[in-house]
Design a protein around this ligand. Sequence first.
Ligand code: GLU
Length: 416
Amino acid sequence: MNPPSLESPFENARKQMLDAADIAGFSKNTVKKLLEPERVLKSNLVVEMDDGDVRSFPSFRSQHSSARGPYKGGIRFHPGVTEDEVMALSVWMSMKTAVLDLPLGGGKGGVVVDPSKLSQTELERLSRAYVARFFRYLGPGTDVPAPDVNTNPKIMAWMVDEYSRLAGKWTPGAFTGKPLSAGGSKGRDRATAQGAFFVLSEFLAEEGQSLQGKTVAVEGAGNAGLTMIGILHAAGAKVVAVSDSGGAAHLAEGFDDQILARLKKERKSVSEYPGAKKIGADELLELDVDILVPAALENRLTATNAPKVRAKLVLELANGPTTPEADAILFKRGIPVIPDILANAGGVTVSYFEQAQNDSNFHWTAEEVAVKLESRMRSATRDVVDKAREHGRELRMGAFVLAMGRIIAAMDARGW
Ligand code: GLU
């Protein structure tokens, strides 16, 4: 077992920006403006529990950059949320929207809570309290939240309803990742994994490879992880290892996503999969597979385990799973890491489509969404690969140089 990482995700995000600035030769003073979020909001949300007791939940919203448009990014509900983490995640959102060339900035929110311990009514009161507390800093042209770890369309529906109630008018563009029945977009629920699949297949095609017969380990069976397993399975890859907060398991013949989904529905861990062998959570990261997909939380690949990674390629479905030290080690070892700010950007891309549909009060078909997502993900992949090659550096640096160049151009144009 690797010791728990004490690294600060925000320090990691800053290091990534500084490294990219060095590589590209961006002006030091301009880069300084990106090293801190423009605004960080924090509050204790006081919520009445079903038994009449009152509890307080620390909560945050970090608004990193609005140079290219309104702050954009999810809200996570997790007991491990910290201000530092939310700040880092907001930086990565600014980079992500810029890599995809979306007219949006970056923000992120979080509440320190284990939502599995709350009833539905408690969860609703907490969700509404978040919006009520931060109301004046949110809105379609200001800051547009979306789902993230442990938040979902149902929570977005409560949030957009609370926002609209306070605004005195239906304001669907204030939140994305809403249910279809409340102004959501077709394809948003699968968008993160679908986008990652387009990125992966574009990357493999560049190398003259395909997914057929490739073995994959997926760390984290949340919404994105589970959807990804189904997509990989359909594309002929074999997912031989999977994990969630309840444990990890290995199965040489490959996991069936339908059976995994059933286990999750029954609130069981994927490690209870019939016939699979239980393995250690950290062991999963070091398996001899073709592709490793971290799809859980930050700081999973570190200086300690990066030398032991045996995968030939890492695809980051999670945000921030690889520390800068691990990045350097994997780069030296010739293991490409397709970075989060490209690999998981399908979610925010369809969020942007959702906003566009809300603005025009018009629904797109599932095909329209898929076609537009595919072309944006594939072209962003080529842009990132080209930038990385141009500088002879890892893909993450290619993505950061591309994103920061676009953000800085907007700052310059606006006279910041
Ligand atoms: N939470 C997702 C992310 O990390 C989606 C954000 C969004 O749609 O705004 O990219």
